[in-house]
Design a protein around this ligand. Structure first.
Ligand SMILES: Cc1cc2nc3c(=O)[nH]c(=O)nc-3n(C[C@H](O)[C@H](O)[C@H](O)COP(=O)(O)O)c2cc1C
Length: 181
Protein backbone atom coordinates (compact mmCIF):
# COMPACT_ATOMS: atom_id res chain seq x y z
CA UNK A 1 0.00 0.00 0.00
CA UNK A 2 1.30 3.46 -0.85
CA UNK A 3 2.10 5.71 2.07
CA UNK A 4 1.45 9.45 2.25
CA UNK A 5 2.22 12.22 4.70
CA UNK A 6 0.21 15.40 4.89
CA UNK A 7 1.47 18.64 6.43
CA UNK A 8 0.28 22.19 6.99
CA UNK A 9 2.53 25.25 6.99
CA UNK A 10 0.19 26.81 9.57
CA UNK A 11 -0.19 25.29 13.03
CA UNK A 12 -2.53 27.90 14.49
CA UNK A 13 -5.89 26.85 15.94
CA UNK A 14 -8.52 27.15 13.22
CA UNK A 15 -6.01 27.10 10.37
CA UNK A 16 -7.60 26.93 6.92
CA UNK A 17 -4.55 25.13 5.60
CA UNK A 18 -4.88 22.50 8.28
CA UNK A 19 -8.42 22.04 6.94
CA UNK A 20 -7.04 21.53 3.42
CA UNK A 21 -4.39 19.16 4.80
CA UNK A 22 -7.10 17.01 6.45
CA UNK A 23 -9.28 17.13 3.34
CA UNK A 24 -6.38 15.87 1.21
CA UNK A 25 -5.73 13.18 3.81
CA UNK A 26 -9.33 11.99 3.47
CA UNK A 27 -9.21 12.02 -0.32
CA UNK A 28 -5.91 10.12 -0.45
CA UNK A 29 -7.30 7.50 1.98
CA UNK A 30 -10.36 7.14 -0.25
CA UNK A 31 -7.95 6.44 -3.12
CA UNK A 32 -6.45 3.53 -1.15
CA UNK A 33 -3.39 5.30 0.28
CA UNK A 34 -2.24 4.88 3.89
CA UNK A 35 -2.04 8.44 5.26
CA UNK A 36 -0.39 10.05 8.29
CA UNK A 37 -1.56 13.60 8.97
CA UNK A 38 1.39 15.26 10.72
CA UNK A 39 1.39 18.39 12.87
CA UNK A 40 4.55 20.47 12.41
CA UNK A 41 4.02 21.66 15.98
CA UNK A 42 5.18 18.19 17.02
CA UNK A 43 8.55 18.81 15.29
CA UNK A 44 10.02 21.84 17.04
CA UNK A 45 13.06 23.37 15.36
CA UNK A 46 14.85 26.64 16.23
CA UNK A 47 15.33 29.22 13.50
CA UNK A 48 18.02 27.79 11.25
CA UNK A 49 21.53 29.12 11.80
CA UNK A 50 24.63 27.35 10.50
CA UNK A 51 26.29 27.91 13.87
CA UNK A 52 23.91 25.29 15.31
CA UNK A 53 25.58 22.64 13.14
CA UNK A 54 26.69 20.02 13.86
CA UNK A 55 26.15 19.94 17.63
CA UNK A 56 22.72 21.51 18.06
CA UNK A 57 20.76 20.10 15.13
CA UNK A 58 17.23 19.52 16.46
CA UNK A 59 16.23 15.89 16.82
CA UNK A 60 12.97 16.77 15.07
CA UNK A 61 14.83 17.52 11.82
CA UNK A 62 16.24 13.99 11.65
CA UNK A 63 12.92 12.44 12.67
CA UNK A 64 10.90 14.38 10.09
CA UNK A 65 13.49 13.74 7.37
CA UNK A 66 13.13 9.99 7.97
CA UNK A 67 9.35 10.23 7.70
CA UNK A 68 9.76 12.04 4.36
CA UNK A 69 12.15 9.37 3.07
CA UNK A 70 9.69 6.62 4.07
CA UNK A 71 6.71 8.27 2.35
CA UNK A 72 5.68 7.67 -1.26
CA UNK A 73 3.67 10.91 -1.36
CA UNK A 74 4.04 14.14 0.64
CA UNK A 75 1.23 16.69 0.53
CA UNK A 76 1.98 20.18 1.85
CA UNK A 77 -0.74 22.79 2.43
CA UNK A 78 0.73 26.25 2.85
CA UNK A 79 -0.54 29.71 3.67
CA UNK A 80 0.89 32.68 1.78
CA UNK A 81 2.62 35.35 3.84
CA UNK A 82 3.51 38.58 2.09
CA UNK A 83 3.50 36.92 -1.30
CA UNK A 84 5.83 34.14 -0.17
CA UNK A 85 6.10 31.14 2.14
CA UNK A 86 5.45 31.33 5.90
CA UNK A 87 8.54 31.20 8.16
CA UNK A 88 7.52 27.88 9.73
CA UNK A 89 7.64 26.09 6.39
CA UNK A 90 10.81 27.83 5.21
CA UNK A 91 12.50 26.86 8.48
CA UNK A 92 11.40 23.22 8.26
CA UNK A 93 12.49 22.96 4.61
CA UNK A 94 15.84 24.55 5.45
CA UNK A 95 16.58 22.14 8.30
CA UNK A 96 15.48 19.14 6.20
CA UNK A 97 17.66 20.27 3.33
CA UNK A 98 20.68 19.77 5.62
CA UNK A 99 19.82 16.14 6.45
CA UNK A 100 21.64 13.30 4.73
CA UNK A 101 20.62 11.46 2.62
CA UNK A 102 18.41 14.15 1.15
CA UNK A 103 14.73 13.66 2.01
CA UNK A 104 13.86 15.67 -1.13
CA UNK A 105 15.66 13.58 -3.76
CA UNK A 106 13.08 11.56 -5.74
CA UNK A 107 10.30 12.48 -3.30
CA UNK A 108 6.86 13.04 -4.83
CA UNK A 109 5.07 16.16 -3.61
CA UNK A 110 1.57 17.55 -3.95
CA UNK A 111 1.12 21.16 -2.92
CA UNK A 112 -1.85 23.39 -2.22
CA UNK A 113 -2.88 26.34 -0.13
CA UNK A 114 -5.73 28.42 1.21
CA UNK A 115 -5.57 32.16 1.77
CA UNK A 116 -7.89 34.96 2.71
CA UNK A 117 -7.22 36.63 -0.65
CA UNK A 118 -8.83 35.68 -3.95
CA UNK A 119 -5.50 34.69 -5.51
CA UNK A 120 -5.39 31.74 -3.11
CA UNK A 121 -1.65 31.40 -2.32
CA UNK A 122 -0.51 31.14 -5.94
CA UNK A 123 2.68 33.12 -5.27
CA UNK A 124 3.52 30.97 -2.25
CA UNK A 125 2.80 27.80 -4.24
CA UNK A 126 4.95 28.97 -7.09
CA UNK A 127 7.90 29.49 -4.66
CA UNK A 128 7.28 26.10 -3.07
CA UNK A 129 7.04 24.28 -6.39
CA UNK A 130 10.29 25.87 -7.52
CA UNK A 131 12.15 25.17 -4.30
CA UNK A 132 11.07 21.52 -3.94
CA UNK A 133 11.95 20.87 -7.59
CA UNK A 134 15.37 22.50 -7.25
CA UNK A 135 16.13 20.20 -4.33
CA UNK A 136 15.38 17.10 -6.38
CA UNK A 137 11.72 16.50 -5.63
CA UNK A 138 9.04 15.81 -8.19
CA UNK A 139 6.06 18.13 -7.73
CA UNK A 140 2.73 17.01 -9.21
CA UNK A 141 1.51 19.53 -11.81
CA UNK A 142 -1.13 22.11 -11.08
CA UNK A 143 -1.43 24.75 -8.40
CA UNK A 144 -4.21 24.01 -5.91
CA UNK A 145 -4.67 27.59 -4.75
CA UNK A 146 -7.92 28.21 -2.86
CA UNK A 147 -9.35 31.57 -1.80
CA UNK A 148 -10.98 33.47 -0.30
CA UNK A 149 -10.81 31.09 2.65
CA UNK A 150 -14.07 32.07 4.36
CA UNK A 151 -16.10 30.97 1.32
CA UNK A 152 -14.01 27.93 0.39
CA UNK A 153 -15.35 25.05 2.53
CA UNK A 154 -18.74 23.78 3.64
CA UNK A 155 -19.52 22.68 7.22
CA UNK A 156 -18.10 19.19 6.54
CA UNK A 157 -14.79 20.68 5.39
CA UNK A 158 -15.39 19.88 1.71
CA UNK A 159 -14.73 22.50 -0.97
CA UNK A 160 -17.74 24.54 -2.05
CA UNK A 161 -16.62 25.08 -5.66
CA UNK A 162 -16.94 22.10 -8.05
CA UNK A 163 -13.81 23.35 -9.85
CA UNK A 164 -11.76 22.94 -6.66
CA UNK A 165 -13.18 19.45 -6.14
CA UNK A 166 -12.09 18.52 -9.67
CA UNK A 167 -8.60 19.92 -9.08
CA UNK A 168 -8.29 17.85 -5.91
CA UNK A 169 -9.43 14.73 -7.74
CA UNK A 170 -6.84 15.33 -10.46
CA UNK A 171 -4.11 15.93 -7.90
CA UNK A 172 -4.94 12.73 -6.00
CA UNK A 173 -4.97 10.70 -9.25
CA UNK A 174 -1.65 12.23 -10.36
CA UNK A 175 -0.01 11.61 -6.99
CA UNK A 176 -1.10 7.97 -6.90
CA UNK A 177 0.12 7.39 -10.48
CA UNK A 178 3.51 9.07 -10.23
CA UNK A 179 4.52 7.92 -6.76
CA UNK A 180 6.91 5.01 -6.43
CA UNK A 181 5.37 2.74 -3.74
C1 LIG B 1 2.03 37.73 8.21
C2 LIG B 1 0.88 37.46 7.28
C3 LIG B 1 1.01 37.74 5.93
C4 LIG B 1 -0.03 37.44 5.04
N1 LIG B 1 0.16 37.64 3.70
C5 LIG B 1 -0.78 37.21 2.82
C6 LIG B 1 -0.54 37.24 1.41
O1 LIG B 1 0.51 37.65 0.95
N2 LIG B 1 -1.50 36.76 0.58
C7 LIG B 1 -2.70 36.28 1.07
O2 LIG B 1 -3.53 35.86 0.27
N3 LIG B 1 -2.96 36.23 2.39
C8 LIG B 1 -2.03 36.68 3.27
N4 LIG B 1 -2.26 36.61 4.64
C9 LIG B 1 -3.58 36.13 5.12
C10 LIG B 1 -3.62 34.61 5.16
O3 LIG B 1 -4.01 34.15 3.88
C11 LIG B 1 -4.65 34.13 6.18
O4 LIG B 1 -4.29 34.59 7.46
C12 LIG B 1 -4.79 32.62 6.16
O5 LIG B 1 -5.95 32.26 6.88
C13 LIG B 1 -3.56 31.96 6.79
O6 LIG B 1 -3.66 30.56 6.71
P1 LIG B 1 -4.13 29.66 7.96
O7 LIG B 1 -5.60 29.92 8.16
O8 LIG B 1 -3.87 28.27 7.51
O9 LIG B 1 -3.32 30.07 9.16
C14 LIG B 1 -1.25 36.90 5.53
C15 LIG B 1 -1.38 36.65 6.92
C16 LIG B 1 -0.34 36.91 7.78
C17 LIG B 1 -0.48 36.57 9.25
Amino acid sequence: MKKALTLSGSIRAGSQNRRLQMLMGRRLRAAGVEVSDLDLGDFPMPVFNEDLEPDQVPEAAGALAQKWRDADIIFIATPEYNGGLPPLLVNVITWLSRQKPSPFRNAVFGIGGVSSGKYGTIWALSHLQDSLGKMGGLVAPGLLGIGPADAAFDEKGDPVEPAINRKIETLVTDLVRISRG
